[in-house]
Design a protein around this ligand. Structure first.
Ligand code: NAI
Ligand code: MG
Length: 328
């Protein structure tokens, strides 16, 4: 029995969460869900987007499923990452059937440092503009690189590439790169490193040269959206935020006010976030079963949502995935 904090949030966050919990009902694993609030709607009622109670509930849970927030997203999800020290942002870039991707067998993972770098939040006005402080520490660089190698080992991936700009950012990215090669000595996994600008190009021209990319906060943010673009469609892209004691799993998309309330959101990104949660809990067999059920439904193309060219509702697609999941 796993204690799971559930934050549906706003807009389609609530709809894809309902769909995902409906599918997870068919799992062999038992979950105890603790529903809790955050986001625009909650802020409208109380004036606070992320109450302390929600932070405490997430802290006391093994994992958290997060739908989406609206305009308060920065105050909710960015704050949760910081409060819980969720130092890894894991973004698989994988081509699933039913979406266009070039080439069609893309499958790599971006491991992004989630706590420092240019997102340290230290900005200051100066006489004619402003400055932002880019903090890179040995401690954070070491632990994110170690996570990337451990993750490669655990998932059978063959190569880890460090992405940086150490030729210009000599001190900060010098530290990141040094830590990468220091940690690499503890593993027998192929390594290389690339400049971030060249990486942006190679992701388009030769994405299959990558297996795992490990990089700093801003570079990881930008490259992972580029990766999402490669495998098309926000409705299909999950993510994980992982710390020493917790994992928080969320679709990459937001609350999508343009389609909220219509029951037509694609539940796949949230369901794939649940697959990542199952892997995090070391329930790998169950994760593969759920992923396979989803792939079958995407392949059949009969009961899929509008963004995938079908006319199913969110809950119809979820019910179809649940039926296949039970068959697995
Ligand atoms: P969005 O991801 O909500 O929507 C972008 C576009 O993709 C829209 O056309 C939407 O209909 C479509 N889309 C997104 N998810 C879909 C799904 N599951 N199925 C089908 N179509 C889908 O991003 P947008 O419009 O930039 O932001 C809307 C709100 O969401 C904003 O208030 C923003 O702050 C918030 N947001 C929250 C995030 C979070 O909670 N992690 C992340 C991104 C945005
Ligand atoms: Mg982003």
């Amino acid at each position: 029995m796993y204690k799971i904090a559930v934050i549906p949030g706003d807009g389609i966050g609530k709809e894809v969460m309902e769909a995902t919990l409906h599918v997870l009902d068919a799992s062999d694993i038992e979950f105890e869900y603790i529903f809790t609030d955050a986001g625009d709607e909650y802020a409208k009622k109380t004036g606070i987007p992320l109450p302390q109670e929600t932070i405490d509930i997430v802290k006391q849970s093994k994992a958290c499923l997060f739908g989406a927030a609206g305009e308060t997203a920065a105050d909710v999800i960015v704050k949760l990452r910081r409060e819980l020290d969720l130092y890894v942002n894991l973004r698989p870039v994988k081509a699933y059937p039913g979406i266009k991707s070039v080439p069609d067998n893309i499958d790599f993972v971006i491991v992004r440092e989630n706590t420092e770098g240019l997102y340290s939040g230290i900005e200051e006005y100066i006489k004619d503009g402003a400055t932002a402080v880019r903090i890179i520490t040995n401690q954070a660089s070491e632990r994110i690189c170690r996570y990337a190698f451990e993750y490669a080992k655990k998932t059978g991936r063959k190569k880890v590439t460090a992405v940086h700009k150490a030729n210009v950012l000599k001190k900060t990215d010098g530290i990141f790169k040094d830590n990468f090669y220091k940690v690499a000595q503890d593993f027998t996994i192929e390594t290389d490193d690339k400049y971030v600008d060249a990486t942006a190009m190679f992701l388009i021209t030769n994405p299959n040269m990558f297996d795992i990319i490990v990089t700093t906060n801003l570079f990881g943010d930008i490259l992972s959206d580029e990766g999402a673009g490669l495998v098309g469609g926000l409705g299909l892209i999950p993510s994980a935020n992982i710390g020493e004691n917790q994992g928080l799993f969320e679709p990459v998309h937001g609350s999508a006010p343009n389609i909220a309330g219509k029951g037509i959101a694609n539940p796949s990104a949230m369901i794939l976030s649940a697959v990542m949660m199952l892997d995090y809990l070391d329930e790998n067999k169950e994760a593969r079963k759920l992923e396979k059920a989803l792939i079958t439904v995407l392949n059949d193309k009969k009961v899929v949502t509008m963004d995938l060219g079908g006319n199913a509702t969110t809950m119809e697609m979820a019910a179809e995935i649940k039926a296949k999941y039970i068959e697995e």
